[in-house]
Design a protein around this ligand. Structure first.
Ligand code: CDP
Length: 806
């Protein structure tokens, strides 16, 4: 009855490590409704907070009368800026070096701004009391056009900083100016344009949109007055940073603050910042001594909590007649709303926008960005992207198509001609980045072959002829995009948030019986970290993924980390996980050497064990080593098997992809049908192909949302449009096409396992592919550009302006 030992393949299979499409361990509880979200947290005696919000875009607050609200049975307190002033909490610091009113201080600066915080025994009473707070406003002229923000007669928005002409990022030119920031060689780029055989210029607006996660933002704050400990449960993408900020602004010692991110129902950048609701809940709990819950509703989330994009980008490209790009010049007017609350690393007020040379070898480039205040909600978050990378990719991918039109060249040919070549990596871009690795020609060629690109162009030529003969009312568009991302912020030497270097961390404890727990400084919002980080470890330390518990999001237990956004988890925390695993393995090797009575150097690692070189029969499995580490006195070694790694990445990672989209546009209705969408992603070493595919599907669906419908606009008096799901486009399965995914694998040379991020790539590449496709449908009729979103009405207007409608 001798059992044959498992083969090497069986041992690898059992680990479910790198490259395995392991099923998501989180899903057992999510699919059974057993997730634990903020709103599931119920504490004894808990009260509920709700906001009185401004109906005006810009108005002076003449008076606030709380009496009627306080008289309502069940109402416990009504807080206003006046109540927060003695605590110095009426303003809070933003991630961008500005301050933001927690509760409006004498003025409101955007519609739905927080004016007062009502605390009551239940949500319904709180909502009723909100209606009873009487606020007397004097309406002021609103500024909602960013292009008018710096006019001589533009209304003064920020009275609190009107005399402060030095901002967080240098001098301010006007009372509504926030910063000017630039990178590159302006004289060189201007000369390239002046000397060029061909130039193109276009104003490309990436409209204001919103991440709109399914779960809105919220928190529960609980002040334990006996022990002096404040616990905050909340929708936090960066729990440790929240703890530090909370300590700095409340003066509660950091060890007395515990921040817990429970399950989070999508973040997409929306849950990075610190919002008035968090501060007011904490203050209310400190004042009342009981827990306070605040959960915003959908309209509050869409209209007040962190917008994205709102970039007006003027791109100029210089090129030779045969299509070699010789220079790029770009200026961005960035509409930041009423407070500069952008979530970017401190030194980068425009995020990583200067990745805007994209996938192309452009010899000289310049980018300048001016941020302005308007009467709109603050934010500027990285909506499923790495700090303005999506805006940058959109700008360059549109400009390439515009240049191709002018040169009468196929957009693919123009891209191929200008791609950074494989042998040029690591590649130093004209705007200061060092791209780690890439093989763009191979990726593009694979994409072209997969969709039979030439056959599509031939079909399009026939479609256009048929349209001109009056045989069809539909036009076919082909959109190509090749994007380069920059993810994994980031090297501590140049990336920090509020002075906290952007490293990340992993701590591992191996239990005596050979299972383990790993804790990380990141926090999943649906990406499946508990599944994939365990896979990295399984391959590193030879313990099956299913025997590794993964924990994130509790600052009392997890090592300090900067959180999850900007696709940084795999590039940074994933690297920390591999490095911590390697520390475990190094100690395990010493233990194995002792047990096998050989020198460490005589051992080699084999899947889940150390074996004596040349004699695999003599081995110790990780399970045996784990037990030995707890039950044997090993000379020169501490008992136990634990490790921690704080990883400071040497560089960011540069995922890329080639996307091709085909649309059919009905010119009489503007209805655009996405016939097919092919997405090839290269995220280096792939940890879990199934999860990657899910990430790509999700990101493409959000790209579809943005390109085809999402828009948070304002009318001239500051009323926000598109602030509910009646107007704001959130695609369902009905609108979502079938996504075809593919990949190439170009590992990152500096990441311990060669992995790059992937979560955001499809949003970065999807938006230009869709937009290019819609515009391409009309390109033969003279259209070079039209502003997103390409909803039916706008597409119909485009067709009408080209004289194509009936
Ligand atoms: O920071 P965030 O988790 O949003 O993004 P990410 O690092 O791109 O990872 C998203 C998900 O994809 C995680 O579960 C990763 O482990 C997985 N992934 C992967 O399997 N292989 C990669 N090369 C990159 C990400």
């Amino acid at each position: 009855n001798v059992q044959t030992p498992p083969s090497a393949e069986e041992r690898v299979e059992k680990l479910q490590g790198l490259g395995s499409s392991r099923k998501r361990v989180e899903d057992a509880r999510f699919t059974q409704g057993k997730g634990n979200y903020v709103d599931d947290i119920k504490l004894p005696g808990m009260l509920f907070g709700d906001f009185v919000r401004s109906p005006y875009g810009h108005a002076r607050i003449k008076s606030i009368n709380k009496d009627a609200a306080l008289a309502l049975p069940g109402v416990v307190a009504v807080l206003t800026a006046e109540d927060l002033k003695p605590l110095n909490l009426h303003y809070m610091p933003t991630l961008a070096g500005d301050v933001q009113a927690v509760l409006a201080d004498e003025k409101v600066l955007f519609q739905n701004q927080e004016v007062a915080f009502v605390v009551a025994e239940d949500r319904y009473i709180a909502a009723d009391a909100v209606d009873l707070v009487e606020v007397d406003y004097e309406e002021l002229p609103a500024l909602t056009d960013a292009f008018k923000a710096m006019d001589a007669d533009a209304p003064l928005l920020r009275e609190d900083i009107k005399d402060k002409m030095e901002g967080a990022h240098g001098p301010r030119k006007h009372h509504n100016h926030i910063f000017h920031w630039e990178e590159g060689d302006e004289a060189g780029a201007s000369k390239a344009l002046a000397d060029a055989e061909v130039t193109v210029e276009e104003l490309i607006t990436y409209q204001r949109v919103h991440p709109c996660p399914l779960e809105t933002c919220g928190c529960v704050a609980s002040m334990d007055k006996i022990n002096g400990k404040l616990t905050l449960w909340g929708t936090f993408q960066a729990p440790h940073a929240v703890r530090t900020v909370a300590s700095l602004i409340t003066n509660i010692p950091e060890h007395n603050i515990r921040v817990i991110s429970p399950d989070i129902g999508g973040g997409f950048g929306n849950k990075v910042g610190v919002y008035p609701g968090y501060i007011c809940s904490a203050v209310a709990s400190i004042v009342t001594g009981v827990p306070i819950k605040w959960v915003e509703d959908r309209i509050e989330n869409l209209t007040a909590t962190a917008f994205a994009r709102d970039y007006h980008m003027t791109g100029k490209l210089a090129a030779t007649k045969d299509g070699k790009i010789t220079g790029l010049h770009c200026h961005v007017l960035a509409d930041h709303g009423a407070f500069d609350a952008c979530a970017d690393p401190t030194k980068f007020p425009a995020g990583f926008f200067h990745i805007c040379t994209g996938s192309y070898d452009i010899p000289v480039a310049y980018v300048g960005v001016d941020g302005v205040y308007t009467n709109k909600a603050p934010g500027g978050v990285a909506y499923r992207c790495s700090f303005r990378v999506t805006e940058a990719a959109y700008m360059i991918e549109r400009m390439i198509d515009i240049l191709a039109l002018k040169l009468e060249m196929d957009p693919v040919e123009l891209r191929m001609k200008n791609f950074i070549r494989k042998e040029q990596f690591p590649y130093a871009s004209a705007l200061g980045w060092e791209y780690d690795s890439g093989d763009y020609h191979t990726a593009m060629q694979k994409a072209l072959d997969s969709v039979s690109h030439q056959a599509l162009r031939d079909e399009q030529a026939q479609n256009r002829a048929a349209f001109d003969r009056g045989e069809t009312r539909k036009l076919m568009g082909i959109g190509v995009a090749h994007f380069t991302e920059i993810v994994g912020a980031g090297p501590v030497k140049n990336c920090d948030i509020l002075g906290l270097g952007m490293f990340d961390s992993c701590e591992i404890r191996i239990h005596p019986t050979g299972s383990a727990i790993a804790r990380l400084g990141t926090i999943s919002q649906g990406q499946g970290h508990a599944t994939t980080f365990a896979q990295i470890l399984a391959s590193e330390i030879g313990i099956p993924a299913e025997d590794i518990t993964l924990e994130e999001g509790d600052t009392d237990t997890a090592p300090y980390g900067l959180g999850t956004y900007g696709s940084r988890s795999t590039p940074v925390a994933g690297a920390a996980t591999a490095m911590a695993g390697r520390k475990i393995r190094a100690k395990a090797q010493m233990i194995a050497a002792y047990l096998l009575e050989v020198h460490e150097d005589d051992l080699e690692w084999d899947i889940d064990r150390f074996q004596v070189k040349g004699n695999p029969e003599a081995h110790k499995t990780m399970k045996e080593i784990a037990f030995a580490s707890y039950n044997q006195a090993i000379p020169g070694l501490e008992p136990g098997l634990e490790a921690v790694s704080y990883y400071d990445p040497p560089n960011m990672t540069y995922p890329f992809g080639a996307y091709i989209c085909v649309v059919d546009v009905d010119v009489d209705t503007g209805v655009t049908d996405v016939r097919s969408f092919y997405a090839l992603d290269d995220c280096g070493t792939r940890i879990n192909p199934m999860i990657i595919e899910g990430q790509v599907h999700g990101g493409l669906t959000e790209a579809l949302a943005i390109a085809m419908g999402q828009d948070i606009s304002y009318d001239e008096i500051g009323n926000v449009q598109g602030g509910s799901l009646m107007d704001f486009f959130l695609p369902t399965a009905v609108e979502t096409p079938v996504w075809q995914t593919d990949h190439t694998t170009t590992p990152s040379p500096h990441h311990p396992i060669g992995a790059k991020g992937v979560g955001e790539s499809p949003n970065v590449g999807g938006v230009p592919a869709l937009s290019n496709a819609v515009i391409d449908a009309f390109a033969h009729k003279g259209l070079t550009h039209s502003q997103m979103p390409h909803d039916h009405w706008r597409v119909w207007k485009t067709a009408q302006s080209l004289g194509l409608t009936g």
